[in-house]
Design a protein around this ligand. Structure first.
Ligand SMILES: [Zn+2]
Length: 224
C-alpha cells in the first residue's frame, strides 16, 4: 500500500477544495447586535435636587459615566466581552444593544464594524427608509455607515426592509434622546407608557432615562 507523502496530502486537499461547494458567505455579526447574556442592568432610582432646586432623576450609586454632556441620565446595559476585550456570547437575531448603538451614534462609527463611518466632502453617509423621502433636518436614531457595510446594515435594520436611500449629512447634530419616562407612585418610581423623544433643550428636569441618542440630519443631500 502506497504511503502518503506531504505532497500527496497537499494534492488531495486541493482536489477536495475544488469539489467541495463553498458555504454561503455569512454576513458579519454587527457591532451593535445584542449578545446572549446582555441586557439592562438594574439600578435603584432616586430623586435629588440640582443646583437650582429642580428635582432630577438619578441613580443611588450614580457615577460620572451615567450622564452625557447634556446631563441626561442613561440606562445601564451589561456587555459581554472575553479576556481580550472582544464581544462574547451568541448574537441575538434582530436585537440591538443600546449601549453599543449609542457608542456608534456618539462617535459616528459604523454599526457593523465599529470603524469610522464614511465621510466625504459633503458629509457622513446615512441610510434612510426609501418611502420616507429624506428632508432637511430629519431625525434619526441610526448611525452612519462605512462603504463596505451598506448592504449588511440595510439587512440588519427593520425600518429599511422596504428599501432605503443613501444620503449625506454634513452636520448631523445631536438633537436629544429617546427614553423611558418615570413617575413617582406608591413610594416608588414606575415607568410611564411608551418611550418618549426628548430634545436636549427640554431635557432638564424631565424624569427620563435615555436609551437612544437622536441626531438631526442637517445640510442633507442624496449620496452619489
Ligand atoms: Zn463598517
Amino acid at each position: 500500500m502506497p504511503t502518503l507523502t506531504p505532497s500527496h496530502v497537499v494534492t488531495f486537499a486541493r482536489r477536495a477544495q475544488l469539489h467541495t461547494p463553498r458555504a454561503p458567505r455569512q454576513p458579519p455579526v454587527a457591532f451593535i447586535t445584542r449578545r446572549t447574556g446582555e441586557g439592562p442592568a438594574t439600578a435603584e432610582l432616586e430623586l435629588r435636587s440640582d443646583d437650582d432646586g429642580i428635582g432630577v432623576l438619578s441613580y443611588a450609586d450614580e457615577t460620572f459615566a451615567d450622564r452625557d454632556s447634556h446631563g441626561v441620565l442613561w440606562r445601564r446595559y451589561h456587555q459581554r466581552r472575553d479576556a481580550a476585550g472582544r464581544l462574547a456570547g451568541e448574537p441575538v437575531a434582530g436585537r440591538v444593544h443600546p449601549g453599543r448603538l449609542r457608542e456608534a451614534m456618539s462617535l459616528l462609527t459604523c454599526p457593523i464594524c465599529a470603524c469610522p463611518a464614511h465621510r466625504a466632502d459633503d458629509g457622513w453617509l446615512f441610510l434612510v427608509p426609501r418611502a420616507q423621502r429624506y428632508a432637511e433636518g430629519q431625525l434619526t436614531m441610526w448611525p452612519p455607515v462605512c462603504l463596505a457595510h451598506i448592504g449588511a446594515y440595510a439587512c440588519a435594520r427593520p425600518d429599511l426592509r422596504h428599501g432605503y436611500a443613501a444620503v449625506r449629512s454634513a452636520d448631523p447634530v445631536p438633537y436629544g434622546v429617546s427614553g423611558q419616562r418615570y413617575r413617582f407612585a406608591d413610594a416608588a418610581f414606575e415607568a410611564v407608557d411608551v418611550p418618549v423623544l426628548v430634545p436636549y433643550e427640554r431635557a432638564r428636569g424631565r424624569w427620563v432615562v435615555a436609551d437612544r441618542l437622536v441626531r438631526r440630519l442637517t445640510r442633507i443631500k442624496a449620496a452619489v
